[in-house]
Design a protein around this ligand. Structure first.
Ligand SMILES: Cc1cc2nc3c(=O)[nH]c(=O)nc-3n(C[C@H](O)[C@H](O)[C@H](O)COP(=O)(O)OP(=O)(O)OC[C@H]3O[C@@H](n4cnc5c(N)ncnc54)[C@H](O)[C@@H]3O)c2cc1C
Length: 274
Protein backbone atom coordinates (compact mmCIF):
# COMPACT_ATOMS: atom_id res chain seq x y z
CA UNK A 1 0.00 0.00 0.00
CA UNK A 2 1.32 3.47 -0.90
CA UNK A 3 1.80 5.25 2.45
CA UNK A 4 1.18 8.63 0.79
CA UNK A 5 -2.13 7.70 -0.82
CA UNK A 6 -5.27 8.62 1.14
CA UNK A 7 -8.13 6.15 1.01
CA UNK A 8 -11.76 7.28 0.95
CA UNK A 9 -13.50 7.02 4.32
CA UNK A 10 -17.20 7.56 4.84
CA UNK A 11 -18.34 9.76 7.71
CA UNK A 12 -20.77 7.56 9.63
CA UNK A 13 -21.28 9.87 12.57
CA UNK A 14 -20.58 13.43 13.68
CA UNK A 15 -20.84 14.47 17.30
CA UNK A 16 -20.36 17.98 18.65
CA UNK A 17 -18.29 17.60 21.83
CA UNK A 18 -17.89 21.27 22.78
CA UNK A 19 -18.39 24.64 21.02
CA UNK A 20 -15.16 24.14 19.00
CA UNK A 21 -14.52 20.39 19.15
CA UNK A 22 -16.27 17.55 17.36
CA UNK A 23 -15.86 13.81 16.86
CA UNK A 24 -15.98 11.99 13.51
CA UNK A 25 -16.73 8.28 13.18
CA UNK A 26 -15.29 6.89 9.95
CA UNK A 27 -15.51 3.64 8.03
CA UNK A 28 -13.56 2.60 4.94
CA UNK A 29 -15.60 3.22 1.80
CA UNK A 30 -13.89 0.45 -0.18
CA UNK A 31 -12.05 -2.61 0.95
CA UNK A 32 -11.71 -4.16 4.38
CA UNK A 33 -13.27 -2.40 7.28
CA UNK A 34 -11.34 -2.08 10.50
CA UNK A 35 -7.71 -1.10 10.60
CA UNK A 36 -5.64 -2.10 13.63
CA UNK A 37 -4.02 0.74 15.53
CA UNK A 38 -2.25 1.15 18.82
CA UNK A 39 -3.35 3.68 21.45
CA UNK A 40 -1.46 6.92 20.77
CA UNK A 41 -1.19 6.57 17.00
CA UNK A 42 -2.59 9.09 14.54
CA UNK A 43 -4.00 9.26 11.01
CA UNK A 44 -3.60 11.90 8.32
CA UNK A 45 -7.11 13.16 7.48
CA UNK A 46 -7.58 14.88 4.13
CA UNK A 47 -10.43 17.27 3.32
CA UNK A 48 -10.51 17.11 -0.47
CA UNK A 49 -9.34 20.34 -2.08
CA UNK A 50 -8.42 21.92 1.28
CA UNK A 51 -5.62 19.98 2.93
CA UNK A 52 -4.43 17.20 5.17
CA UNK A 53 -3.76 17.24 8.94
CA UNK A 54 -2.54 14.75 11.55
CA UNK A 55 -5.25 13.73 14.02
CA UNK A 56 -4.87 11.16 16.79
CA UNK A 57 -7.22 8.23 16.96
CA UNK A 58 -9.50 8.72 19.96
CA UNK A 59 -11.58 5.52 19.84
CA UNK A 60 -11.22 2.11 21.43
CA UNK A 61 -8.47 -0.03 19.79
CA UNK A 62 -10.53 -3.15 20.61
CA UNK A 63 -13.75 -1.83 19.04
CA UNK A 64 -13.50 -0.60 15.51
CA UNK A 65 -14.85 0.20 12.98
CA UNK A 66 -15.69 2.97 13.23
CA UNK A 67 -12.38 4.79 13.44
CA UNK A 68 -12.92 7.66 15.84
CA UNK A 69 -11.18 11.05 15.77
CA UNK A 70 -11.86 14.09 17.97
CA UNK A 71 -10.90 17.38 16.38
CA UNK A 72 -10.65 20.98 17.54
CA UNK A 73 -11.45 23.47 14.80
CA UNK A 74 -8.50 25.88 14.89
CA UNK A 75 -7.59 26.71 11.27
CA UNK A 76 -8.06 26.13 7.56
CA UNK A 77 -8.36 22.33 7.43
CA UNK A 78 -9.98 21.63 10.78
CA UNK A 79 -12.60 24.36 10.22
CA UNK A 80 -13.41 22.85 6.80
CA UNK A 81 -13.61 19.43 8.46
CA UNK A 82 -16.16 20.78 10.91
CA UNK A 83 -18.49 21.53 7.97
CA UNK A 84 -18.49 17.87 6.83
CA UNK A 85 -21.62 15.86 7.47
CA UNK A 86 -22.68 12.26 7.83
CA UNK A 87 -22.54 10.50 4.44
CA UNK A 88 -19.69 12.65 3.09
CA UNK A 89 -16.24 11.28 2.37
CA UNK A 90 -12.75 12.32 3.44
CA UNK A 91 -9.31 10.87 2.72
CA UNK A 92 -7.41 8.93 5.36
CA UNK A 93 -3.96 7.40 5.53
CA UNK A 94 -2.33 5.79 8.53
CA UNK A 95 -2.08 4.79 11.28
CA UNK A 96 1.32 6.30 11.98
CA UNK A 97 3.60 6.88 14.91
CA UNK A 98 4.48 5.39 18.26
CA UNK A 99 2.09 4.20 20.96
CA UNK A 100 1.45 4.67 24.66
CA UNK A 101 3.29 1.98 26.68
CA UNK A 102 0.09 0.41 27.96
CA UNK A 103 1.39 -3.16 28.01
CA UNK A 104 4.82 -2.19 29.40
CA UNK A 105 3.02 -0.38 32.24
CA UNK A 106 1.45 -3.61 33.51
CA UNK A 107 2.18 -4.24 37.19
CA UNK A 108 2.60 -0.51 37.89
CA UNK A 109 0.47 2.35 39.08
CA UNK A 110 -0.58 4.50 36.13
CA UNK A 111 -1.18 8.25 36.22
CA UNK A 112 -2.85 9.72 33.12
CA UNK A 113 -2.65 13.51 32.90
CA UNK A 114 -4.58 15.31 30.15
CA UNK A 115 -5.02 18.97 29.29
CA UNK A 116 -7.84 20.17 26.99
CA UNK A 117 -7.99 18.29 23.69
CA UNK A 118 -5.13 16.12 25.07
CA UNK A 119 -7.72 13.74 26.49
CA UNK A 120 -8.52 12.62 22.91
CA UNK A 121 -5.14 10.96 22.15
CA UNK A 122 -5.15 9.46 25.66
CA UNK A 123 -8.65 7.99 25.52
CA UNK A 124 -7.62 4.81 23.62
CA UNK A 125 -5.04 4.15 26.37
CA UNK A 126 -7.68 4.67 29.06
CA UNK A 127 -9.97 2.16 27.31
CA UNK A 128 -7.14 -0.36 27.24
CA UNK A 129 -6.18 0.21 30.87
CA UNK A 130 -9.77 -0.21 32.01
CA UNK A 131 -10.32 -3.30 29.85
CA UNK A 132 -7.32 -4.92 31.59
CA UNK A 133 -7.88 -3.31 34.96
CA UNK A 134 -6.58 -6.26 37.02
CA UNK A 135 -3.11 -5.95 35.47
CA UNK A 136 -2.39 -2.54 37.03
CA UNK A 137 -2.02 -1.02 40.47
CA UNK A 138 -3.72 2.29 41.22
CA UNK A 139 -5.00 4.11 38.12
CA UNK A 140 -5.57 7.87 38.28
CA UNK A 141 -6.86 10.12 35.52
CA UNK A 142 -6.24 13.84 36.02
CA UNK A 143 -7.97 16.11 33.53
CA UNK A 144 -7.84 19.88 33.26
CA UNK A 145 -9.39 22.36 30.83
CA UNK A 146 -9.61 26.13 30.66
CA UNK A 147 -13.32 26.32 31.55
CA UNK A 148 -16.19 23.85 32.11
CA UNK A 149 -17.28 24.53 28.50
CA UNK A 150 -14.05 22.92 27.28
CA UNK A 151 -14.53 19.57 29.01
CA UNK A 152 -14.51 16.66 26.58
CA UNK A 153 -16.36 13.34 26.95
CA UNK A 154 -18.29 14.45 30.02
CA UNK A 155 -20.57 11.40 30.00
CA UNK A 156 -17.60 9.04 29.91
CA UNK A 157 -15.73 10.96 32.61
CA UNK A 158 -18.82 10.52 34.73
CA UNK A 159 -18.93 6.77 34.02
CA UNK A 160 -15.23 6.32 34.78
CA UNK A 161 -15.72 8.26 37.97
CA UNK A 162 -18.54 5.90 38.91
CA UNK A 163 -16.16 2.93 38.90
CA UNK A 164 -14.52 2.10 42.22
CA UNK A 165 -11.26 0.98 40.64
CA UNK A 166 -10.12 4.20 38.97
CA UNK A 167 -9.58 7.66 40.41
CA UNK A 168 -10.82 10.48 38.18
CA UNK A 169 -10.04 14.08 39.12
CA UNK A 170 -11.21 17.00 36.99
CA UNK A 171 -10.29 20.66 37.24
CA UNK A 172 -10.79 23.89 35.29
CA UNK A 173 -8.58 26.97 35.22
CA UNK A 174 -11.54 29.27 35.83
CA UNK A 175 -15.29 28.91 36.24
CA UNK A 176 -18.49 30.75 37.12
CA UNK A 177 -20.07 30.25 40.54
CA UNK A 178 -22.28 27.37 39.33
CA UNK A 179 -19.21 25.11 38.91
CA UNK A 180 -18.97 22.82 41.91
CA UNK A 181 -15.73 21.12 40.99
CA UNK A 182 -12.05 21.88 41.51
CA UNK A 183 -10.54 25.12 40.18
CA UNK A 184 -6.84 25.38 39.37
CA UNK A 185 -4.32 24.09 36.85
CA UNK A 186 -4.06 20.33 36.46
CA UNK A 187 -0.98 20.02 38.70
CA UNK A 188 -3.05 21.27 41.67
CA UNK A 189 -4.80 17.88 41.55
CA UNK A 190 -1.65 15.97 42.51
CA UNK A 191 -2.16 16.22 46.30
CA UNK A 192 -5.43 14.28 45.83
CA UNK A 193 -3.74 11.37 44.10
CA UNK A 194 -1.87 8.52 45.69
CA UNK A 195 0.64 6.49 43.71
CA UNK A 196 3.91 4.73 44.36
CA UNK A 197 6.49 6.87 42.46
CA UNK A 198 9.18 4.22 41.80
CA UNK A 199 6.46 1.95 40.37
CA UNK A 200 4.48 4.50 38.42
CA UNK A 201 4.13 5.06 34.69
CA UNK A 202 2.76 8.47 33.69
CA UNK A 203 1.08 9.29 30.37
CA UNK A 204 0.75 13.00 29.58
CA UNK A 205 -0.84 14.92 26.72
CA UNK A 206 -1.68 18.60 26.58
CA UNK A 207 -0.18 22.01 25.86
CA UNK A 208 3.61 22.02 26.27
CA UNK A 209 3.53 24.34 29.26
CA UNK A 210 1.13 21.99 31.03
CA UNK A 211 3.32 18.99 30.21
CA UNK A 212 6.41 20.80 31.51
CA UNK A 213 4.84 21.51 34.93
CA UNK A 214 3.35 18.03 35.11
CA UNK A 215 6.75 16.46 34.48
CA UNK A 216 8.27 18.67 37.19
CA UNK A 217 5.58 17.57 39.63
CA UNK A 218 6.05 13.88 38.82
CA UNK A 219 9.84 14.09 39.09
CA UNK A 220 9.65 15.92 42.42
CA UNK A 221 7.57 13.00 43.66
CA UNK A 222 10.18 10.52 42.43
CA UNK A 223 8.78 9.21 39.13
CA UNK A 224 11.71 8.34 36.83
CA UNK A 225 12.13 10.24 33.55
CA UNK A 226 12.06 6.92 31.68
CA UNK A 227 8.60 6.17 33.08
CA UNK A 228 7.11 9.49 31.99
CA UNK A 229 5.61 9.46 28.49
CA UNK A 230 4.31 12.46 26.57
CA UNK A 231 3.08 13.29 23.07
CA UNK A 232 4.65 16.03 21.01
CA UNK A 233 2.92 18.02 18.26
CA UNK A 234 4.55 19.81 15.37
CA UNK A 235 3.37 20.68 11.86
CA UNK A 236 3.86 17.71 9.60
CA UNK A 237 3.32 16.94 5.93
CA UNK A 238 4.36 13.43 4.90
CA UNK A 239 3.94 11.61 8.28
CA UNK A 240 6.42 8.93 7.21
CA UNK A 241 9.78 10.54 7.98
CA UNK A 242 10.68 11.92 4.52
CA UNK A 243 9.93 15.62 4.49
CA UNK A 244 11.52 16.72 7.75
CA UNK A 245 8.77 19.20 8.66
CA UNK A 246 8.29 17.66 12.09
CA UNK A 247 11.94 17.26 12.97
CA UNK A 248 12.39 17.54 16.73
CA UNK A 249 16.05 17.52 17.70
CA UNK A 250 17.49 14.33 16.22
CA UNK A 251 14.02 12.73 15.94
CA UNK A 252 10.99 13.00 13.69
CA UNK A 253 7.73 13.37 15.55
CA UNK A 254 5.82 11.45 12.87
CA UNK A 255 7.83 8.25 13.04
CA UNK A 256 9.82 8.34 16.32
CA UNK A 257 6.85 9.93 18.15
CA UNK A 258 4.39 11.35 18.75
CA UNK A 259 4.65 9.42 22.04
CA UNK A 260 8.12 9.73 23.58
CA UNK A 261 9.62 8.65 26.88
CA UNK A 262 10.72 11.86 28.57
CA UNK A 263 14.32 10.69 29.11
CA UNK A 264 14.67 10.40 25.31
CA UNK A 265 13.72 14.02 24.53
CA UNK A 266 14.56 15.73 27.81
CA UNK A 267 17.60 17.63 26.48
CA UNK A 268 15.65 19.45 23.77
CA UNK A 269 12.11 19.43 25.20
CA UNK A 270 12.66 22.78 26.90
CA UNK A 271 14.02 24.51 23.81
CA UNK A 272 11.16 26.45 22.20
CA UNK A 273 12.31 26.30 18.56
CA UNK A 274 13.67 22.75 18.25
C1 LIG B 1 0.66 13.72 15.95
C2 LIG B 1 -0.41 14.77 16.04
C3 LIG B 1 -1.65 14.44 16.54
C4 LIG B 1 -2.67 15.40 16.63
N1 LIG B 1 -3.88 15.02 17.11
C5 LIG B 1 -4.88 15.93 17.16
C6 LIG B 1 -6.17 15.54 17.62
O1 LIG B 1 -6.43 14.40 18.01
N2 LIG B 1 -7.15 16.48 17.60
C7 LIG B 1 -6.90 17.79 17.20
O2 LIG B 1 -7.82 18.60 17.22
N3 LIG B 1 -5.69 18.17 16.79
C8 LIG B 1 -4.68 17.28 16.74
N4 LIG B 1 -3.44 17.66 16.28
C9 LIG B 1 -3.26 19.07 15.88
C10 LIG B 1 -3.80 19.27 14.47
O3 LIG B 1 -3.03 18.54 13.55
C11 LIG B 1 -3.74 20.77 14.13
O4 LIG B 1 -4.66 21.45 14.93
C12 LIG B 1 -4.07 20.98 12.66
O5 LIG B 1 -2.99 20.54 11.87
C13 LIG B 1 -4.33 22.46 12.37
O6 LIG B 1 -4.54 22.58 10.97
P1 LIG B 1 -5.47 23.70 10.36
O7 LIG B 1 -5.24 23.72 8.89
O8 LIG B 1 -6.87 23.53 10.83
O9 LIG B 1 -4.92 25.01 11.05
P2 LIG B 1 -3.83 26.03 10.43
O10 LIG B 1 -4.50 26.80 9.36
O11 LIG B 1 -2.58 25.30 10.14
O12 LIG B 1 -3.61 26.97 11.68
C14 LIG B 1 -4.41 28.08 11.87
C15 LIG B 1 -4.13 28.74 13.17
O13 LIG B 1 -4.38 27.84 14.26
C16 LIG B 1 -3.22 27.74 15.05
N5 LIG B 1 -3.11 26.37 15.43
C17 LIG B 1 -2.67 25.35 14.67
N6 LIG B 1 -2.69 24.21 15.38
C18 LIG B 1 -3.17 24.53 16.60
C19 LIG B 1 -3.44 23.79 17.78
N7 LIG B 1 -3.20 22.47 17.85
N8 LIG B 1 -3.94 24.46 18.86
C20 LIG B 1 -4.19 25.79 18.81
N9 LIG B 1 -3.94 26.54 17.73
C21 LIG B 1 -3.44 25.92 16.66
C22 LIG B 1 -2.06 28.15 14.20
O14 LIG B 1 -1.00 28.66 14.99
C23 LIG B 1 -2.70 29.19 13.32
O15 LIG B 1 -2.71 30.43 13.98
C24 LIG B 1 -2.41 16.73 16.22
C25 LIG B 1 -1.14 17.08 15.73
C26 LIG B 1 -0.15 16.11 15.65
C27 LIG B 1 1.20 16.49 15.14
Amino acid sequence: MDPMLPEPYLIEGVRQETYDTFTLELAAKNGPNGRPFAAGQFNMLYVFGIGEVPISISGDPARQPPLVHTIRAVGTVTKAMRQLQRGQVLGLRGPYGSAWPVVQAEGNDVVVVAGGIGLAPLRPAVYQLLANREKYGHIAILYGTRTPRDLLYEKELHEWRGRFDVQVEVTVDSAATDWRGHVGVVTTLFPKVRFDPPNTVALICGPEIMMRFTIQELQQRGVEAGNIYLTMERNMKCAVGFCGHCQFGPTFICKDGPVFAYDRIKSFFEKREV
